[in-house]
Design a protein around this ligand. Sequence first.
Ligand SMILES: *Cc1c(COP(=O)(O)O)cnc(C)c1O
Length: 369
Amino acid sequence: MQFIDLKTQQLKIRTDIIKRIEKILDHGKYVMGPEVQELEQRLADYSGTNYAIGVSSGTDALMMTLMAYDIGKDDAVFTTPFTFIATASMIRVVHATPVFVDIHSSTFNIDCIKLEQEILKTINEGKLKPKAIIAVDLFGQLADYDKLEKIAKKYNLILIEDAAQSFGASYKNKKSCSFGDIATTSFFPAKPLGGYGDSGMIFTNGEDIYKKLLSLRVHGKSDHKYNNIRIGINGRLDTIQAAIILAKMEIFDEEIQKRQKIAVNYTNLLPDNLTTPKLGKDHISAWAQYSILSNKRDKLMQKLNDAGIPTAIYYPKPLHLQDAFNDLNYNEGDFPVSEDISEKIFSLPFHPYLKYEDQVKIAKIIGVE
Ligand SMILES: *Cc1c(COP(=O)(O)O)cnc(C)c1O
């Protein structure tokens, strides 16, 4: 059994992928070929945003977004310590300071009550200027944007949606990547919409920030490539990746549907003595991961492993306890919810083609004490 089965998916679209790659071999525009624009248009339409910018990865999407808003030294960016490192490390890369806020115990997303407390604390301390919030849609469920958008407005903060795990999710029919001022996503192969390599995308309704991102993507160019008006990077998305993601979009809605069914199956099959994922009202998750909580995590993972069933822990160590952030002077006990969950959480095999029999098998192994 595989944790994420990309092979079964490939069999469904392999002919289309090959056809699209052959077309690129014919036209030869390997960098910024027509497929890149086609994908940008398609995903802007899909997410319901005005502009989409294809970029080199989800990590670069975050960095470029922070650069586009001139976020840097002495700026505070509020985010969660229970996420993939890139969310917070990119804040550091632009020389701003991540200010961590603990998560909600049932959704694992940023806790909005604690967020407001942390913003007020930062204002009172007067050392850092509150500048932005990066909310993460962990495991595919959107963060609480009703509240986040109000808080961002009240304190005049830029709201960034890190949607690396949530492409395809929605809240009240509003799609992932359309919340806040700007959103970033990733097409790393294991994400809900993954390519065959690294790439990502940025989404916004703001025309000015869109134009600035186009410039940042190609070394700070202006209207002419060799007239550079700001410091930028090579943040482009490959033509071949765009073609593969376009092929995957042909079956993506069907896959999102399948993911809902598989999540419901797990929740019905798994024993009551462990905690299964809780979805908020009006939420559809992209189910990047199906993560459960158990006091006997290590024992259960061992049993599953013995039966040839792979599992994974997202995340075993919250970011405030990572050596990379030692200079921020956080300590154990600072974010009790994140710390507690990091000791109990693990993820089960999950992909749109997971067989019901395999889910039954997994649930049985977990159920036998
Ligand atoms: C995967 C991920 C990223 C980084 O995306 P890459 O394409 O791997 O650079 C950023 N944030 C979150 C929450 C992620 O899960």
